[in-house]
Design a protein around this ligand. Structure first.
Ligand code: COS
Length: 382
C-alpha cells in the first residue's frame, strides 16, 4: 500500500491550493456577507480545467481520475464550500451523469459547454415532500406526442438560478423508485421557473433555489437513460457525490485546524500563548486526527472508484465520518477562537455554518448509517 500521491497529483493539488488561496480565500467573507459568490468564479474555475476534471478530453474535459477530483474537492472545500458546491454539482453530479448515461448527441450538446463553464448544471432531485425518501418523488413527466410534459416542484437545488441545464428526476411510471426517469431540461424552456432561497444558515454565497415546472415540454431525446432508470442514475451519481462532499468536508476541517493552530500560537492568556495549554492542544490534536482519518476514508473510496470496485459503502462511510468531523472541527475551532470565533472577521464562524449542511445534503448522516447497516446485515431498515 502506497499512500504517496503521484507527481501529477501533487501538482494538481498545489495548483488548486494556490488558486484557492489567491482567488477564493480573500473574497469568501465578502461573498458570505452579500450572499453571492462572484459569478466570474465560474470562468476562472473552467480556465484551470476544474469544471472538466474526469470528463474525457474528446468532450472538452481535462481527463483525470476520481482521486484527482477528490483532491480538488478538498482544496475547494478548504477555501469556500459554496465554490466547491458549484463544481461538485455541475461537474460531479450533472456532467458525469451525462458522460456515464448520455447518448452521443447529449454528450456533444452539453459536455463541452459544462466543461468551459459556458453553462452550469443543477441536479433536481429533492422535492418539498421528499428528501431522504427520494424514490417517492411526485414531480411528473407525462407523455405528450413524441415528448413529455413535466410538472412539479424541486427545492434546495444548488446552482438552481445559475444553471443552463437541469438534470430533473420525474415520475413517468408507477409508484416507487422504478417509476422514475431522468431528463436534461434546458432552463430557458417555457414553464420553467426558479427562485433563489435566501437567508440560509451557511452556504450563503451559493445559488440555492426552488424550481417549478409548469408543463415544461421536453423531447424524448432529452431523456437521460432508459425510461424508469432515473432513480438508479440519481443513486449512482450520489454514490460518487458523497465522496466529493466527504472530500470537501476534509478541506473544511483542515481549514479549521490550520486556523486554530495559527490563532492558538498568537493569542496569549495568563502570560503565554493559548497553544501552550493542554486543553487547547487536546482540541487541536482531535481535529488533526479526525481530519486525517476522514481523508484516508475519502482516498480509500476514491481508490475503489478508480479501480472499478464496488464503492458505495466506502462512500457512505467517508461521507458520514468526514461531514461529522467537519462539524466537530468547526465547533472546536470556535472554542479555540473564543469570542473572536463568533464574529465573521475570522473564518471559523463561517466554517461552522457551512459545515452544518454537509451532514444533511447528498444523504443525511442517518441515511448513511442505514446504508452502511443494510450493506453489513443484508437487512433494509428503510
Ligand atoms: N446505485 C444504483 N442503483 C441503486 C443504488 C445505487 N447506489 N441504490 C439503490 N439502487 C436501486 C436498487 O437496486 C433498486 O433497484 P431494483 O428496483 O431494480 O431492485 C432501486 O434502486 C431502489 O432501491 P432501494 O430499494 O434501495 O430504494 P429505497 O427507496 O429503499 O432507498 C435510499 C433508497 C433511501 C437509499 C435513497 O432514497 C437515498 O439514498 N436517499 C437519500 C437521498 C439523497 O441523498 N438526497 C439528497 C439529494 S441531493 S441534496
Amino acid at each position: 500500500m502506497d499512500l504517496t500521491l503521484s507527481e501529477e497529483q501533487q501538482q494538481l493539488r498545489d495548483l488548486a491550493r494556490d488558486w484557492v488561496e489567491r482567488e477564493v480565500v480573500p473574497h469568501a467573507t465578502e461573498w458570505d456577507r452579500i450572499e453571492q459568490v462572484d459569478p466570474k468564479i465560474v470562468g476562472k474555475l473552467a480556465e484551470l480545467g476544474f469544471l472538466g476534471l474526469g470528463i474525457a478530453e474528446e468532450h472538452g474535459g481535462s481527463g483525470g481520475d476520481f482521486l484527482d477530483y477528490a483532491l480538488l474537492m478538498e482544496e475547494l472545500g478548504r477555501g469556500d464550500t459554496s465554490v466547491r458546491g458549484i463544481v461538485s454539482v455541475s461537474l460531479g453530479l450533472v456532467a458525469k451523469s451525462i458522460q456515464a448515461y448520455g447518448d452521443a448527441e447529449q454528450k456533444q450538446r452539453w459536455l463541452p459547454a459544462l466543461c468551459t463553464g459556458e453553462t452550469l448544471g443543477c441536479f433536481a432531485l429533492t422535492e418539498p415532500g421528499t428528501g431522504s425518501d427520494a424514490g417517492n418523488l411526485v414531480t411528473r413527466a407525462v407523455r405528450d406526442g413524441d415528448g413529455w410534459l413535466i410538472s412539479g416542484e424541486k427545492i434546495f437545488i444548488t446552482n438552481g438560478t445559475w444553471a443552463g441545464v437541469a438534470l430533473v428526476f420525474a415520475r413517468t411510471g408507477g409508484p416507487g423508485a422504478r417509476g422514475v426517469s431522468a431528463f436534461l431540461v434546458p432552463t430557458d424552456r417555457a414553464g420553467f421557473g426558479r427562485r433563489e432561497i435566501k437567508g440560509k444558515l451557511g452556504l450563503r454565497g451559493q445559488a440555492t433555489a426552488e424550481l417549478t415546472f409548469d408543463q415544461v415540454r421536453v423531447s424524448d431525446a432529452e431523456r437521460l437513460g432508459a425510461e424508469g432508470a432515473g432513480f438508479k442514475i440519481a443513486m449512482s451519481a450520489l454514490d460518487k457525490g458523497r465522496i466529493a462532499v466527504a472530500a470537501g468536508s476534509v478541506g473544511l476541517a483542515r481549514g479549521c485546524l490550520e486556523a486554530s493552530i495559527s490563532y492558538a500560537g498568537e493569542r496569549t492568556q495568563f502570560g503565554k500563548p493559548i497553544a501552550a495549554y493542554q486543553l487547547v492542544q487536546e482540541m487541536i490534536a482531535e481535529m488533526a486526527v479526525e481530519t486525517e482519518a476522514a481523508r484516508l476514508l475519502v482516498w480509500r473510496a476514491a481508490d475503489l472508484v478508480d479501480r472499478g470496485q464496488p464503492f458505495g459503502t466506502a462512500a457512505s462511510m467517508a461521507k458520514l465520518f468526514a461531514s461529522e468531523a467537519a462539524v466537530k472541527a468547526a465547533n472546536q475551532a470556535i472554542q479555540v477562537f473564543g469570542g473572536y470565533g463568533y464574529v465573521d472577521e475570522f473564518p471559523v464562524g463561517k466554517y461552522m455554518r457551512d459545515a452544518r449542511v454537509t451532514t444533511l445534503y447528498e444523504g443525511t448522516s442517518q441515511i448513511q448509517k442505514l446504508l452502511i447497516g443494510r450493506a453489513l446485515t443484508g437487512i433494509s431498515a428503510f
